[in-house]
Every structure is written in structure tokens, then in C-alpha cells.
Design a protein around this ligand. Sequence first.
Ligand code: SF4
Length: 300
Amino acid sequence: MIKAKFRCVTRERKTSFVEIFRTTPTNTVCPNFYVLSHANGCTFQPHCEYCYLKSTFWHQNEQVAFSNVDKMVRDVRRWIAKDNLESYILNTGNLSDSLAFEGVRPMAPALVEEFRVAERLGKKHTLLLLTKGGVLHCKCLFKIEPCANVVMSFSVNTPEAAAEYERGAAKPDDRMEAARRLKAQGWRMRIRLDPMILGFDYSELLRQVRELAPERVTLGGLRAEKNLAKFVREGLFEGLVPDTDGKGMARYPRTERVALYRQAVEALRDICPIGLCEETRDIWEELGLKPDDKPCNCGS
Ligand code: SF4
């Protein structure tokens, strides 16, 4: 297994902060969305065992937070001014954790203020803050009023799975506590249960998610693109099988994936809309979910 050294730096981003992200492969039920490229890498160390960052240049060298927040805010303001967009979601957690760099380079409060303007103007543009952070990482949000055009989303897992594979992130109890407090304060809340890993018991976590009653839940099964295996501890990807055309991601076999999702779908069906991350329409339908609605974390 290849190991990396970590160094966290800040530098200016020269190119645009806001870009469209079109999901692939196209046969999966995923909405397109806009991405805010606020950093390359993640300060949660060690990186989560399965994280795609491990097969990138940034993981091998340094974790970079882009420091020119003024330009970031200007780019976001320009995006909010546009209408007829193909998505109205600006996802800050697709290329990195949304809040992992807050201690090094704060950006969340300034972004929330921009989306307050969108809210006042009755616009659909929405900021998505997706994190594996806990109470400490969300400190900046406890101090400000919630905004209807900002969605908080926590990626959670069982304590056992996190202790094994997400050691650098906040503990799941801490993430759920932060989610409970922010929701009680009035913030919009979504949950990602991703990646679900075979061999772990999700029942207690599902009970807690039920109690939290988020507006949406996204389920994802463990998956891996081809280059990742050499950076990952032996064993984690053992049960995955390659995609049929060899181009997509390796996943658990279909029956095992459906069984994994089914427990969560049954536990949460009456609580909120549920989506599946990077899954095909037939799997949604087999579970009685609504692919045409695309009720995903990254969707409007
Ligand atoms: S928190 Fe997200 S971005 Fe950071 S290491 Fe884990 S999976 Fe990767």
C-alpha cells in the first residue's frame, strides 16, 4: 500500500471557483450540479480509507485551501445572478469536505451571507455544505442564523465502520450531535449514509437518522474506481466486483447492494425522500424509490 505525507497550505486560486459537474456514467440516476472548488485535498487525516483523493496528486503532496475568499465570493455572486441554469445547487463537498478547512481558511459564513441575498430575492440557488465534521467543525454555523437557501448535509457511518475506515474525520456520534443541534437551530438538513459497508450493523444509526428526520437521505454502497485499490488497505475492497464494461466503478454484487439498501429504505421510507448514490434506475425501482424525482443530496 502506498502511504502519503500530509502538509496543509493555502494559496490563491487563479481559475474560476464555480464549475458545472456532470455526473458519470450517464446510466446512473444522478442530477448534475455546480461545484465550488474551494480546496484540493482534505485536512481530515488520515484520509478516509476509501476516499478518491488517495488516487490524486493532492493526496500524495499537500492539502491546499484556496485563500482568495473575496474572489470565491465574487464568483458565487455572479453564479447567483444567473438564471436558466441546469442546476441550482452549488456543492462545496464534492471535491473535498466542506468544513474541513474552516480552521485554516474560513469561508462558510461569507458564503451563507451571499445565499441570504438569494433567499431575499426569492431565487432557487442553494449552497450545499457536506461534511464528516462534528460540533467543532460546525462552530461557525452555530453563531449565525440559518438560511433557507443553505443545506447542511452530514455524511455518517456506524461507529465501528468509522473507527476502521474514517479515522481522520469526526466520530459519527459527534457528527450526529452537530446535525441535531443545527437542525434544532433551524438549518435545513440532509444525511448521506455513504459508503455503507457489508459486515457492519446499521440499525442503531438508522434509528438516530429516523429521530433526526432530515429532509432527504442518500444511500451509497462502497465503490471504488480502478486506480484506488493500490492505496487502500487489503480487505476493504475484497467483496467488490468490477463494473460489467470495465469502465465504471467496482461495487458489491447487485443482490448484496440491494440487501444493504433495503434495511435503510424500510427504516426511513416514511420519514423523507430517499435517493441512491450513483445507482441505476432498475435498482431504485426494485426498492420502490422514485428515480424520476431524483431526491439526491446533490439535487435541487
Ligand atoms: S472527509 Fe471526505 S474528502 Fe475528507 S478524507 Fe474523508 S472522504 Fe475524503
